[in-house]
Design a protein around this ligand. Structure first.
Ligand code: ADP
Ligand code: MG
Length: 558
């Protein structure tokens, strides 16, 4: 009909679809988790919208997800009576990918020759709705947004274009029908028209979903006949509301994958409960890898907020400081209004108190990670945690305990500040550090020579944020953090000082002549004890900016 339009997928979407059609991901079962997760989100959104917008004429008495198998047609259908999508939303949300990091992901995938690494990467990225094209050669979506009269039909084979059509008779919510590829055991493509396969996948991946997932199944009777019966496949238990010993590891992991939209396992799980005047439950996770959008201003940050089991919002940044933006999970607060806005949350005294408790708990948990887990954690999130030293003065102590730094002590291992202090030589009163772009540059810098000659350990700091936090924090355990590139570093014994004084007098004329000759370029020329093999070096004043910091400010346009 003339109501059918053929549109092209956005370029990035097309490339990602190509990867799906040619199934680079080996665990194909996860397509169902993605569809159920979208349906669950849609039900959450409808419930919330109906609470907030009293004029919205929708029936929310039986919100649910329905699965339907047609063995003859070889189709699997996932239906929800949630919020649905308008025509423009279908085009905007399904035809394009708004996820930040997409371009970067695709570039890395193109360059990667390693299939396992590519799988891992795409798994971390999460492909959402497009995962359906791993198991289907055609996908049909029928949807009508709550409160609107007309619906939209969308169809695609995942190969560059899709069709959209306005339809009059769509039920409210969204129905996704997969036209399944033939099962292929070798390719991990299971028979998704088999009831028990679907039942197992739902149990494994989506048991905690808060809405009923129903399917009409065969039920063998005693007399050998079978009857059809509708069953709810999931237990629907909100994990965070159960006590720790009622939840097993596998359930935590699946829940993590759902809230974090991650395909990997979490590094650590935090399950806590706050009692007293303001009750809440929190189920938080530390991921095992950094998301692609960790440093993107549009990146996801914050946890999900629920009020007494009702989903209120994603990315609730009032509950987690910016520097812990990698923490994922759910906080269910009992005594909040369902209509609460982000702005009000930011001001709310009780929310702030909850946030303080959560931060303390997260920092304490990180401190207690095993050495191996901590290594992973620090290499993924170290630079972000160090932002905390600028943002969160209340927790400076705890954060300094988390810091790991490269050092001249051991080329292979990072050190804690505590261990550095314990190794300090007799008479050493300050903690020395050097900043720069990388270890090699720093190690070759003339600034390090005197320290090396004296056998003093120097921390090697290479993240841009390092210069800022060391300035800000100033000292650890009463010991000044001192840049090797700044001011007079007092490395001399009394005997050496006498010798130096004698030398200064001997060279006084030369030095004043040089200062005069270089007056436009330097503030002062002085004899140095820093250098052992280089003839001269330029140093900054104690209050000057270091070159890296200068570069950083210049890059920020200051
Ligand atoms: P994500 O869920 O990570 O946003 P998806 O690819 O799974 O990515 O889905 C893209 C978007 O399409 C969703 O964010 C949602 O807005 C919309 N969408 C997908 N499925 C549904 C559905 N069943 N009902 C309403 N909207 C949906
Ligand atoms: Mg999704």
């Amino acid at each position: 009909s003339d109501r059918v339009e053929t549109l092209e997928f956005q370029a990035e979407a097309r490339q990602l679809l190509q990867l799906m059609v040619h199934s680079i991901y080996s665990n194909k079962d996860v397509f169902l988790r993605e569809l159920i997760s979208n349906a669950s989100d849609a039900l959450d959104k409808l419930r919330l919208e109906s609470l907030v917008d009293k004029d919205l004429q929708v029936d929310t008495a039986d919100l649910h997800i329905e699965l339907e198998i047609d063995k003859d047609a070889r189709t699997l259908t996932v239906r929800d009576n949630g919020i649905g999508m308008s025509r423009d939303e279908v085009v905007g949300l399904i035809g394009t990918i708004a996820k930040s990091g997409t371009a970067e992901l695709l570039r890395t995938l193109r360059e990667s020759k390693d299939a396992a690494a590519s799988q891992e990467l795409i798994g971390q990225f999460g492909v959402g709705f497009y995962a359906t094209f791993m198991v289907a050669d055609k996908v049909t979506l029928l949807t009508r947004r709550a409160g609107q009269s007309g619906g939209t039909r969308w169809e695609s084979t995942g190969e560059g274009t899709y069709q959209v059509e306005a339809v009059d008779d769509a039920p409210q919510g969204t129905t996704v029908t997969l036209h399944l590829k033939p099962a292929d055991a070798e390719d991990n493509l299971h028979d998704y028209t088999a009831e028990w396969t679907i039942r197992e996948i739902v149990k494994r991946y989506s048991d905690f979903i808060a809405w009923p997932i129903r399917m009409t199944v065969d039920k063998p009777g005693e007399d050998g006949t079978t009857t059809r019966e509708e069953q709810t496949l999931n237990s629907m238990k909100a994990l965070w509301a159960r006590s720790r010993d009622e939840v097993d590891e596998a359930e935590y992991k699946e829940f993590y994958r759902h809230v974090a939209r991650d395909w990997a396992d979490p590094l650590e799980t935090i399950h806590m409960r706050g009692e007293g005047t303001f009750e809440y439950e929190a189920l938080l996770f530390v991921p095992s890898h950094a998301p692609l959008d960790l440093f993107s201003p549009q990146g996801h940050r914050g946890v999900q907020l629920y009020v007494k089991r009702v989903f209120i919002m994603d990315d609730c940044d009032a509950l987690m400081p910016n520097y812990l933006r990698f923490v994922k999970g759910v906080v269910d607060a009992h005594d909040l209004s369902l209509n609460i806005s982000r702005e009000i949350l930011q001001q709310d005294r009780q929310i702030r108190a909850v946030r303080r408790r959560l931060v303390k708990k997260v920092l304490a948990t990180l401190k207690d990670l095993s050495a191996e887990a901590y290594r992973t954690f620090w290499s993924e999130f170290g630079p972000v945690v160090k932002e905390g030293l600028l943002e969160d003065p209340d927790n400076t102590e705890a954060l300094l305990d988390l810091v790991r730094a490269a050092s001249t002590h051991d080329p292979a291992e990072l050190t804690t500040l505590r261990d550095y202090v314990e190794r300090m030589k007799d008479g050493q009163t300050e903690i020395y550090y050097a900043t720069g772009e990388n270890r090699a540059t720093i190690e070759n810098s003339p600034h390090l020579e005197a320290f090396r000659a004296k056998g003093y350990e120097v921390l090697i700091l290479t993240d841009p944020v390092d210069e800022v936090w060391v300035e800000r924090v100033g000292a650890y355990d009463g010991k000044t953090l001192r840049s090797v590139a700044k001011g007079q570093v007092d490395l001399e014994t009394d005997e050496e000082k006498e010798r130096a004084e004698a030398e200064r007098q001997e060279y006084a004329d030369l030095l004043s002549w040089m200062s005069g000759a270089l007056t436009d370029s330097v503030k002062e020329v002085r004899l140095s004890t820093r250098l052992t093999t280089s003839p001269a070096c330029v140093v900054g004043d104690a209050h000057d900016m270091t070159p890296t910091l200068e570069k950083m400010y210049r890059a920020m346009g200051q």
